[in-house]
Design a binder for this molecule. Structure first.
Ligand code: G6P
Length: 438
């Protein structure tokens, strides 16, 4: 029996992580074939990653056939899992998503505000096309989507593609669980956080360690300088009042919404000193690929942990392992609500704890939205729907409403200025947008 994994965006600097994860789990999740796929522009990186992955597999002695190719349709044949980690337009596009809003006094970030909106506009059509191919060529395969903005992209695929075996994943719930374990001096495997909300807008509602409710203790420890953030976010700390009043664990991305002014100041300063995060990552990538090219490197180097998405592969590999083995364990993924949060639409994608079966994730009911953040979550979900609508329609007014309804823009003239500039800057990646509005 074969188990085949296709990694779309295989030339990504994150790929050595997924290779390591597969090797580590090989006894329980015996992947026989891995194909790394990329596009012409990523050919050189794909070659470097392919060779490093080959060395890692040889060293492990695991019977895994590895290949890499630019022919996506050929690669998809007989696939069981297709993971997606693409960046349409590369880091150069990310840099524009960050710089342009910032130059007009708005947050520039790859998954939040105007930057996140444009990342979705560029990405959703490309992934809808991939999902169509998957549905035709390997209809039984699971798509495991990492591509950002992961929640929005997953909802777009689940609502608008014929392929329904799609699960979105992110390292934030994993990071929160691990940092909470550290705060409590507990084993991360014993920690269960009840998550409520959407990707990069998820809150922790309750924390249990071996079934004992320790939420209060975590909230107390959080309202200080505890650093809880991935490498791409500079923690600004949370005030005791915010934590006590909401009674929830914020995720690191909440700083964009609840500390907007401070984040802007910090970003403007960082931008003057080192450029935007995309530019920092570009330099990091150059050194990572230099390290990867070393023929005597046989493992994932430590330096990869300087990327914000570090440990994503643990999430992806555990998920595939549980689907394959029908483990019925609990993992946090992005999937259709199906009533788990009764006050959000049934067909909305939420980030939620699920029982993972060979028939996919089954969301565990988490109850009504907490009254303290309910309005914000409603607004963000409605905003996400606007983004998906505009990504597909290419309609200027749809795009404008998505911009102006986003809490990080929320300015009628400013939204138009930023929208027009980003549409122009990214026009070669946005064939669906034909007219520019007035
Ligand atoms: C976090 C997020 C990911 C994001 C990454 C960015 O971990 O959860 O969604 O892709 O950071 O990291 P980077 O190193 O590219 O700034």
């Amino acid at each position: 029996m074969t188990v085949k994994l296709v990694v779309v965006g295989g030339g990504s600097s994150y790929t050595p992580e997924i290779i390591e994860g597969i090797i580590r789990r090989h006894d329980s999740f015996p992947v026989t074939d891995i194909v790394l796929v990329d596009i012409e522009a990523g050919k050189e990186k794909l070659e470097i990653i392919g060779n490093l992955a080959q060395r890692m597999i040889e060293k492990s002695n695991k019977p895994i056939n590895l290949s890499w190719t630019l022919d996506r349709r050929e690669a998809l044949k007989q696939a069981d899992f297709v993971s997606t980690q693409i960046r349409v337009g590369g880091l150069a596009a990310r840099s524009k998503d960050e710089r342009i809003p910032l130059s007009h006094g708005f947050i520039g970030q790859e998954t939040n505000g105007a930057g996140g909106i444009f990342k979705a506009f560029r990405t959703i059509p490309v992934l809808l096309d991939l999902a169509k191919d998957v549905h035709e060529i390997c209809p039984n395969a699971w798509i495991i989507n990492f591509t950002n903005p992961a929640g929005i992209v997953t909802e777009a695929l689940l609502k608008h593609s014929p392929h329904k075996k799609v699960i979105g994943v992110c390292n934030i719930p994993y990071n929160m669980r691990h940092s909470t374990a550290e705060i409590l001096d507990a084993d991360p495997n014993d920690v269960l956080i009840e998550f409520i909300g959407m990707n990069h807008f998820v809150f922790g509602k309750k924390v249990y360690v071996n079934g004992i409710d320790r939420t209060k203790e975590v909230l107390e420890k959080l309202s200080g300088d505890l650093d809880y953030s991935p490498a791409n976010i500079v923690n600004l700390g949370w005030s005791k009042t915010f934590i006590e009043a909401t009674g929830l664990l914020p995720n690191p991305y909440h700083q964009y919404y609840f500390q907007t002014k401070e984040v802007l100041e910090k970003d403007v300063k960082a931008f003057k000193e080192n450029g935007t995060r995309a530019e920092v990552v570009q330099n990091l990538e150059t050194s990572l690929f230099n390290i990867y090219s070393n023929p005597s490197l046989y493992e994932k180097p430590k330096e990869l942990e300087e990327r914000g998405g570090a440990f994503y592969s643990d999430v992806a590999c555990s998920l595939m392992d549980s689907i394959y083995n029908n483990k019925q364990d609990v993992q946090t993924v992005n999937t259709i609500n199906n009533g788990a949060i009764p006050d959000l639409p049934e067909d909305a994608v939420i980030e939620v704890n699920c029982m993972i079966t060979n028939n996919g994730p089954k969301p565990i009911s988490v109850g009504a939205l907490p009254h303290t953040v309910k309005g914000h979550i409603y607004q963000m979900k409605a905003f996400e729907e606007l983004v998906i609508r505009a990504s597909i329609s290419g309609d200027y007014n749809d795009a404008y409403t998505a911009m102006v309804m986003n809490p990080l823009l929320a300015n009628e003239k400013g939204s138009k200025v930023v929208l027009d500039e980003l549409l122009e800057a990214h026009k070669s990646y946005l064939p669906q947008f034909k007219s520019r509005g007035n």
